[in-house]
Design a protein around this ligand. Structure first.
Ligand code: C5P
Length: 220
């Protein structure tokens, strides 16, 4: 069986990745960053000159790239057609295109298939982070968390992570993605039924990891 699934959803820059990796490391679980899969698909579309604002053009190419996620929480990897794309998927070009690409239903169904395969192969269990994990990808997950944070805190954190000088531009980019991700028809960002909401603004990373570990230990 798939073992324990911990579903972590939330807005852009709410600390999902650091929290998810920390929880997986502490509990000895695997880790899947589904955002990296959507970014990898988007990177491939841009590389192949696909108009990312034309849903039919995106849908027509969706089966072509091979996308592989490595699930070690201490060294997660993402590859497209066997090439490491961890760097390029964090570019401004991908940041600007990923939400429109992720709104295309054919993109979601292709990646949902891959996500379910990774989860099924995860042994003892896996922490899965994204936007629709608790609602669509793993609705039966025994632990669901929804992370949010104040936009100013998110922008400052993300700008520091990527070395961006322009915190205001980073903030606008995060909020633009949130608007599209929350407003799309297919698998929008929502707080899933049964999710525990944690506003991370006042907490350190270690404190948030501790809160989520406590939730997991309470169901085990
Ligand atoms: O998590 P991250 O910010 O890297 O995700 C990038 C984008 O991928 C999101 O803004 C969203 O458009 C898309 N995404 C999604 N569903 C997921 C994970 C990410 O639509 N489960």
């Amino acid at each position: 069986g798939p073992g324990l699934v911990v579903a972590i959803d939330g807005t852009s820059g709410s600390g999902k990745s650091s929290t998810s990796r920390g929880v997986a490391t502490r509990l000895g679980l695997r880790y899947l960053d589904t955002g990296a899969m959507f970014r990898a698909m988007t990177w491939w579309m841009l590389q192949h000159g696909v108009d990312v604002h034309d849903p039919a053009a995106v849908a027509a190419r969706v089966e072509e790239p091979s996308i592989a996620s490595g699930t070690d929480p201490q060294a997660p990897t993402i590859a497209v057609d066997d090439a490491d794309v961890a760097g390029p998927i964090r570019s401004d070009a991908v940041n600007a295109a990923v939400s429109p690409v992720s709104a295309v239903p054919a993109v979601r169904s292709r990646l949902l298939r891959l996500q379910r395969e990774v989860i099924a192969a995860a042994g003892d269990g896996i922490v899965v982070e994204g936007r629709d994990i608790g609602s669509v990808v793993a609705p039966d997950a025994p632990v669901k968390v929804y992370l949010s944070a104040d936009p100013a805190a998110r922008a400052a954190r993300r700008a520091a992570e990527v070395g961006a000088a322009d915190v205001a531009a980073t903030r606008e980019s995060l909020l633009a993605r949130d608007r599209i991700d929350s407003g799309r028809a297919t698998a929008p960002l929502v707080m899933a039924d049964g999710a525990v909401h944690i506003d991370t603004t006042p907490y350190s990373l270690d404190e948030v990891i501790g809160l989520v570990v406590d939730l997991v230990e309470a169901v085990e």
